[in-house]
Design a protein around this ligand. Structure first.
Ligand code: DGY
Length: 322
């Protein structure tokens, strides 16, 4: 029996590439050069499966109208707003993702960003490396104490709840949240988290606001100038979700005006380009490292492989999202 032909658009962990190469006629991107949307569009005619990442863009017009060979997109990542899933569905292409396995590491990074922003760690490191530190003094680079403060979660799904556990049990923070979907009481009870009935209510009350909702059209620029105005002047915004959720120009303006005190960002609209206004602020800027640990990146890849294996065995892939 001929093996299904699959395309992996970026370099993946070695163990996963080996597994995929054993099971499939796999084309790997050994140079790790990002593929253009055009190249991916052409791959639909050549491969049975395409395995993209957040660095690939798969808009509606990439899905061929006829003679489609690729029948599944095994996305490497939990977020899939880079794929037009409505168009995929209409074209008869299944889409799978990699939930759960990255929740802990992404939550860890949200807490890292919270602490870095609150304790001005990036500013301090830049000062030290530039040889500009003149010594200890009581008023030097004074930040914000997070212990006992209020941790506001927007999007109380797996990653949001995991971040809340770290904030609550690690730093004694009170947790409040808003989610557009109902949250099971027992999940909120894990951290004694209190629901608020709107995004605005969380923004007004929280000392740290951590974003954990999906990207895409429905949450585009959800955090805009008007909503930033609602936050406390001492508050910190953390984004490990998707860049497009935040209006970067409005955030940069809010940081410069002191509307809020700080921000910790791991994701950007149009990444890897950083929206230029942000470069000129005190925001902590990381290069999309949420899931970037050896074990997590391997687990994500193995999950993609499990999804493909199920699909090509004629079964429902365990993590199908479209
Ligand atoms: C995710 O899994 O969504 C990460 O952000 C990488 O895509």
């Amino acid at each position: 029996m001929t093996k299904p032909k699959i395309l992996v658009t970026r370099r993946w962990p070695k163990s996963v590439e080996e597994r995929l190469s054993q099971t499939y006629d796999a084309t790997l991107n050994t140079d790790d050069k990002p593929m253009s949307t055009q190249e991916i569009a052409e791959a639909f005619a050549e491969f049975d499966a395409i395995c993209p990442t957040v660095s690939d863009k798969l808009p509606a017009d990439i899905f061929p109208k006829e003679t489609l060979r690729a029948k599944i997109l095994g996305n490497y990542g939990v977020g899939f707003s880079h794929i037009d899933t409505d168009a995929a569905k209409a074209a008869g292409v299944a889409v799978t993702n990699t939930p759960d396995v990255l929740s802990e590491c992404t939550a860890d990074l949200a807490i890292t960003l919270m602490l870095m922003a609150a304790r001005r760690a990036s500013e301090g490191e830049r000062e030290v490396r530039a040889g500009q530190w003149t010594g200890w003094r009581p008023t030097h680079m004074v930040g914000t104490k997070v212990s006992g403060a209020t941790f506001g979660v927007l999007g109380f799904g797996r990653i949001g709840r995991t971040a809340a556990k770290r904030a609550h049990f690690g730093f004694g923070m009170k947790v409040i949240y808003y989610d557009a979907f109902p949250v099971k009481p027992e999940l909120a009870a894990e951290t004694g988290a209190e629901a608020r009935d709107s995004i605005e209510a969380v923004l007004r009350e929280a000392d740290v606001v951590s974003l954990h909702m999906p990207g895409g059209k429905e949450n585009y620029h959800l955090i805009n100038a008007q909503r930033l105005e609602m936050m406390k002047p001492t508050a910190i915004l953390v984004n490990t979700a998707r860049g497009e959720v935040v209006d970067a120009a409005a955030l940069a303006a809010a940081l410069k005006a002191g509307t809020i005190a700080g921000a910790g960002l791991d994701v950007y609209e149009g990444e890897p380009t950083i929206p230029p206004p942000l470069l000129d602020t005190n925001a902590v800027l990381l290069p999309h490292l949420g899931s970037a640990t050896e074990t997590t990146r391997e687990a994500m890849g193995m999950m993609v492989a499990d999804n493909l294996d199920a699909f090509f065995a004629g079964k429902e892939p365990p993590n199908r999202v479209a």
